[in-house]
Design a protein around this ligand. Structure first.
Ligand code: SF4
Ligand code: SF4
Length: 466
């Protein structure tokens, strides 16, 4: 580029200041290219690593979004006004016909720059590595959701979006008869139908036995919020409230059961909170209005629980971090001050009085959750400290991202591009990683332990360390 050429600033200034301020995530990328990272051990932008295509990097997505905003302003369209008008619009036959017509024209090859932005956004895993690893914290999932919301006011959504966004409505119902649904989910014709007509592959199977069956009759189950509120101070003492999420409660119930047992083993009283949808999947797919409603209801519920003064702990890191990040973003002050701890955060407090022991035996290896480790870099060290309190050695393995975050590994378009991070014997602290491991040949993936089981094991029995 020549010194006197028209540069990026000239184009950016064509976007109104109000829009620039509101879309800071895309505007503030300084273009240094640190996100063009090919180190497989680094979590920074797996989609860039996999595709080696710059439009699939945070910089690429920010650049395309800025150009999209500029083109909108050139045509006199204000994206902020469009966003503000959305709650009043609702679904109508007229908009459905318009979107169907636009989608049909798009299929016939009618050009719209927003398809290029959509293409780049569809490759994003929403892993949020950019929101912490980029030097100026460019949060692609944040402006990606806003883009998708506006894009789909003009174009129809694929069926898979609806399926993903409603997972928290149908999973609790399906979990009432997991064997029946798993029977159908395993059928080759259902899998083919899902691949060709819905665009989803490797549909996850429900936990069987379900969480309710696993913990049937356990005192941790079936306490309502009203019953919790009626408990006196002595009854509340030592209680630990487990905040449910759809991914572990319905698809990895054993993990929740393990955590409940671990809490008991440590001398506390576990209580499973009634399930309240988190909305993470709605946010990822850009159903932002629905997400705001879900977040509002769940924040109200969790604030009510928080007033009881008992620790709340969530098993799935991505869901817990959503309460801290996306909830604050969408609800602002109305989010309230409730705190949901991650498992290792609670364990650190619970084990504070316990002395560190001399490590012995074979080491455990931790493949930390990429979203968790980028948002909270001290996580692996904290897990090491927890293991050390039982004389167990834990080594952290930098494995980057498995390439399965969100629904990436389940969508037909992108599922071929994920990879198993490593063939190590290890503890996987991430559901997507575990699913990824399960879809790989056994020779590549030696172990699929979860970190809670490993912790319980370390606490329980040194002979199990191998
Ligand atoms: S690392 Fe961040 S600021 Fe730098 S080019 Fe990538 S997105 Fe832009
Ligand atoms: S969320 Fe992950 S995949 Fe998407 S741009 Fe950021 S780092 Fe890349």
């Amino acid at each position: 580029m020549q010194v006197d050429a028209v540069k990026r600033g000239s184009y950016d200034r064509q976007i109104p200041v109000t829009v620039r301020n509101e879309w800071r995530g895309a505007m503030e990328c300084n273009g240094n290219g640190l996100c063009f990272n090919f180190d497989a051990r680094s979590p920074m932008c797996p989609s860039m690593k996999i595709t080696r295509n710059r439009i699939h990097s945070p910089k690429g997505r920010a650049t395309l979004t800025r150009e999209w905003l500029r083109l909108l302003s050139e045509q006199g369209v204000d994206p902020l006004q469009l966003e503000q008008a959305l709650p009043q619009q609702g679904a109508s036959l007229r908009t459905l016909i318009q979107r169907t017509r636009n989608s049909w024209h798009a299929k016939q090859g009618e050009y719209d720059f927003s398809h290029e932005v959509k293409e780049a956004m569809s490759g994003c895993l929403a892993c949020k590595a950019c929101s912490t690893q980029c030097p100026i914290k460019i949060d692609v999932p944040g402006f990606r959701s806003r883009f998708l919301q506006l894009y789909h006011t003009r174009y129809l959504r694929p069926m898979s979006d609806h399926l993903v966004a409603t997972v928290e409505s149908y999973a609790p119902l399906m979990a009432k008869a997991p064997k029946v649904f798993n029977f159908f989910l395993k059928q080759p014709w259902v899998r083919d139908l899902s691949k060709t007509h819905i665009g989803m592959v490797d549909l996850p199977l429900l936990s069987s036995p379900s969480l309710k069956q696993q913990l049937g009759g356990h005192p941790a189950m079936n306490l309502t919020l009203e019953q919790l509120e009626a408990m006196d101070a002595a009854q509340r003492e030592n209680c630990v409230l487990v905040v449910q999420d759809p991914f572990t409660s319905y698809y990895e119930a054993q993990l929740v059961t393990d955590f409940v047992k671990l809490i008991e083993k440590l001398g506390y009283r576990p209580v499973l909170l009634p399930f309240s949808p988190n909305g993470k999947a709605q946010h990822v797919k850009g159903f932002l209005q629905r997400f705001a409603r879900t977040a509002g209801k769940t924040a109200e519920f969790l604030n009510r629980v928080a007033r009881l003064g008992m620790p709340m702990v969530g098993v799935d890191p991505a869901t817990v971090l959503c309460y801290r990040d996306e909830y604050r973003e969408v609800l602002g002050e109305q989010r309230g001050e409730f705190q949901v701890q991650l498992v290792h955060e609670w364990l650190q407090q619970a084990l504070d009085a316990r002395a560190v022991q001399t490590a012995s035996g074979e080491a455990w290896y931790l493949f930390a959750h990429c979203t968790e480790v980028t948002a909270l870099p001290s996580t692996p060290n904290q897990w090491q400290d927890i293991f050390a309190r039982f004389g167990a050695r834990l080594e952290n393995v930098n494995v980057g991202c498995c390439g399965m975050a969100g629904t990436y590994g389940h969508e037909s378009k992108t599922s071929k591009t994920h990879w198993a991070s490593t063939s190590f014997h290890g503890i996987r602290n991430c559901r997507s990683c575990r699913v990824n491991a399960a879809s790989q040949p056994a020779s590549r993936v030696a172990a699929r332990l979860n970190v809670l089981k490993a912790t319980a094991c370390a606490i329980h029995c040194k002979r199990c360390w191998k």
